[in-house]
Design a protein around this ligand. Structure first.
Ligand code: ADP
Length: 785
């Protein structure tokens, strides 16, 4: 032990990166020449030497200026020699020492040092500092398990300075910090410095612990998952699930290969199957992929039926299934003949135009049967969204292909007869233009690679025979219309309907209701009565419905009877009321009494021709004109024009010219929610108007159509054939038509013409001559059909 305050001359050992604190034991490796010399001198004496840290550990042969000015007097406790002349010293710090001067540099460093006294600390502050140090040290020790059990407990009366040195010695401090502690002769300062260092150390350890904890948890989670997945695999294997899935995938792959898809589609399908294989079977995505592959598998990529282009057979089929319609059938046969002679020729698309129930759908069905092709029907009515035609992209939830591809799946062959119903009911809105998509479907230049959004691979529609239907051509988009060959079906006469009912509708309905033909005896009179009093239509839909109602009644009667064989239902005209209830169309306009202010006009809607009553009321007022009854703009204008004509001719018509100032006129067209428009009611409105103003009744058996000008000229109108048929249905006897429509009457079936008289007119005066007053003799222009 060195005595405090003494000056000693001792050899000096330069240390790299280390400062030794009094009271601590340190092991030092010594190899440098000068260092070995210093140790030898010490060992030769009483084992004491001075150690001091190099400011820069990299310096090989440090000189006085390279060393800190404060070092430690140490006592060498143990020496052992290593290989290569290196010594390992075990030294114990004795006391702080300030270097006063260097006595020698060679052969080794020698110094004169002053042993520094401890400046003892006193007071309450020291006690508190000491506690802080101890607490922090305990915390550090706890955090770094390395020092467990080595916590020096400050014994009663133990020197605070000593304690600080011991604590500092056991900490992993940087050289500068340790050196600073060494230089802190003042114990209070030393304790403060140490407390700060301990605090920092604790923070660092805390951080380290947190990081380690996080790493550990992550590792654990990964291990846990790995473990669980392995377990799941084991369980699946036990249950045979994995095998099952694998074999299912294999089966799917085999089905794709056998499906005879085009190569690029097959490639796509196989790729999807590969994806499927990599997914857990319950994943939502797997269901979507599976659904897609199923769609690819379900489509007729290569299946076809062989065409039977046998024209006599086709004719037979069409005749068998449809009564009448001679011209229509002829056009269809011509169409098929062209296909037979020039199969590669991509002709226009057939479009059957006509009111509901005239047999458009069933004709298309017959075409399919005649050709030996499959038949599918898709209704386009009300479609506004392009996706209805082309499908939704697969990213949509619940996405499906469009109606075309759905139809192809249903057909099961790639060359069906594909009926697109109601092309006139397609409309466009912000969701894209379905008509444009339809155009692509129907265009032979494009439809060999039709693209559906869902399918993503092209589908060949070029073998499909598309047929379309429409009620009217007015609303069909122009580009579509240009692609189509129009065939018009006008509607049936009463006689035709009776035959259709007996030959076609009844046998089918009886069979559908499980009844044999002998059970029902229905007279022609009864059928005619149904047509006349229970229906008012161009086609045979209502007729079919009424007959179905009779069949139901019969079926019920048969089922309830104890001896079914004996039952036989007879239906005569007088018994209709009992079976079908009161007739909705009891009184035909022609059967009414002559009335003032009521005329019968002939109109045309997309549901066929129709008769309409036009009523005019004249009231005291101020010359206003009221129009009611769902009339379109053109019809309103035509009423105005009619009124102007009447005013300008009041004199010659025998009407008080002042009427326009003193009366209000109300024109009303009752019946039906169908909006009526067009100029063709002109002459009928004028007739009713003149009748109301003159008080002359209108002959009820006269119906009329024609546009009227301000001067009273009568201009031609459209839809004559349908209008004439409607007049005939309504029991009209005389039809007034514009002179320029004379040729159109030739299209009306002869058996209808036979029942009607036609009056062709050029001027309103002629109309009034026929329609007002006395049941006129046929005028010179009248024509007996
Ligand atoms: P549309 O498609 O024109 O609305 P449908 O083809 O559905 O009419 O015809 C309605 C019903 O009338 C069907 O049962 C059809 O077989 C029958 N039908 C229509 N016209 C005839 C006809 N000329 N001969 C035989 N049955 C017909």
């Amino acid at each position: 032990m060195t005595s405090v305050g003494a000056q000693l001359a001792l050899p000096l050992l330069a240390l790299r990166g280390l400062a030794v604190l009094p009271g601590s034991n340190v092991v030092i490796q010594v190899g440098r020449r000068r260092s070995l010399g210093a140790v030898q001198e010490a060992l030769a004496g009483d084992g004491l030497l001075v150690v001091a840290a190099q400011r820069d550990p990299a310096v090989e042969e440090p000189l006085p200026e390279d060393l800190y000015g404060t070092g430690t007097v140490v006592l060498v406790r143990q020496v052992s020699r290593e290989r290569g002349g290196v010594l390992t010293l075990s030294v114990e710090g004795q006391s702080r020492a300030r270097i006063l001067s260097y006595l020698a540099v060679e052969p080794h460093l020698r110094v004169l040092v002053e042993v520094l006294p401890e400046r003892p600390a006193e007071g309450e502050g020291v006690e508190a500092l000491l506690r802080t140090v101890v607490e922090r040290y305990e915390r550090v020790a706890k955090l770094s398990r390395r020092q467990e059990g080595e916590v020096p407990v400050p014994a009663e009366g133990r020197d605070p300075g000593r304690l600080a040195d011991l604590v500092a010695a056991s900490l992993p401090l940087r050289l500068e910090d340790r050196q600073a502690l060494l230089e802190a002769v003042d114990v209070r300062e030393r304790l403060e410095r140490l407390a700060r260092l301990l605090h920092r150390e604790a923070e660092l350890l805390e951080l380290e612990r947190k990081i380690q904890e996080r790493v550990r948890r992550q590792m654990e989670k990964m291990q846990r998952e790995y473990y669980l997945r392995e377990q799941l695999k084991a369980i699946q294997k036990e249950l045979g699930d994995a095998d099952e899935q694998a074999s299912e995938i294999e089966a799917l792959r085999a089905r794709v290969r056998e499906c005879r898809m085009p190569p690029e589609v097959e490639e796509r399908a196989l790729k999807e199957v590969d994806r499927l294989e990599r997914m857990p079977p319950q994943a939502a995505e797997a269901v979507v992929v599976r659904h897609y592959v199923d769609w690819l598998l379900a489509l007729p990529w290569s299946a076809t039926t062989e065409d039977r282009l046998d024209l006599p057979l086709a004719q037979r089929v069409l005749d068998e299934e449809h009564y009448g319609l001679e011209k229509v059938k002829e056009r269809i046969l011509e169409f098929l003949a062209v296909r037979k002679l020039a199969p590669a020729h991509k002709g226009p698309i057939l479009c059957l135009v006509g009111p509901p129930g005239v047999g458009k759908t069933s004709l298309a069905r017959s075409v399919a049967r005649a050709l030996g092709r499959r038949f599918v029907r898709v209704s386009l009515g009300g479609i506004r969204d392009e996706a209805e035609i082309r499908g939704h992209r697969r990213t949509y939830v619940g996405a499906l292909p469009g109606r075309i591809i759905q139809g192809m799946r249903q057909a099961g062959t790639r060359n069906p007869v594909f009926l697109l119903d109601e092309v006139d009911k397609v409309s466009a809105d912000f969701r894209g233009d379905p008509a444009a998509a339809l155009l692509e479907v129907l265009d032979p230049e494009q439809n060999c690679a039709f693209s559906d959004h869902y399918l993503e691979v092209p589908f060949d529609l070029s073998q499909v025979l598309f047929i379309t239907t429409a009620n009217t051509t007015y609303t069909i988009p122009r580009p579509l219309l240009d692609r189509m060959e129009l065939i018009f079906l006008g509607g049936y006469t009463e006689d035709e309907k009776v035959v259709i009912a007996r030959r076609h509708l009844l046998p089918r309905l009886l069979a559908a209701h499980g009844l044999s033909g002998e059970r029902l005896a229905i007279s022609d009179g009864a059928l005619r009565g149904i047509v006349r009093r229970y229906t008012r239509e161009a086609g045979v839909r209502q007729l079919e419905r009424s007959l179905a109602a009779i069949c139901r009644k019969l079926a019920r009667q048969v089922a309830a009877s104890p001896t079914p064989e004996a039952e036989r239902l007879r239906v005569s005209e007088s018994g209709l009321e009992r079976l079908l209830g009161p007739a909705p169309f009891r009184q035909a306009p022609a059967e009414r009494e002559p009335q003032v202010g009521v005329s019968t006009g002939l109109g045309w809607t997309e549901y066929g021709g129709d008769v309409m009553s036009i009523e005019v009321s004249v009231m005291r007022g101020k010359g206003s004109l009221y129009l009611t009854g769902k009339l379109g703009e053109v019809m309103r204008e035509s009423a105005q024009a009619g009124l102007s004509y009447v005013r300008s001719r009041a004199d010659s018509l025998g009407i008080d010219p002042a009427f326009s100032e003193e009366t209000d006129i109300h024109i009303h067209i009752p019946e039906g929610a169908v909006p009526k428009d067009g100029p063709s009611a002109g002459i009928a409105m004028v007739t009713a108007l003149v009748s109301a103003l003159t008080g002359k009744p209108v002959r009820p058996e006269v119906a009329m159509t024609g546009e009227v000008t301000l001067r009273g000229r009568v201009l031609p109108v459209g839809g004559v054939k349908e209008k004439v048929l409607a007049a005939h249905r309504a029991g009209i006897a005389v039809v007034v038509l514009p002179e320029d429509n004379r040729r159109d009457v030739e299209e009306v079936p002869a058996n209808v013409r036979r029942h009607l008289r036609f009056v062709f007119v050029r001027h309103m005066d002629e109309v009034l001559g026929v329609a007002l007053g006395h049941p006129a003799r046929p005028a010179p222009r009248e024509l007996a059909g």
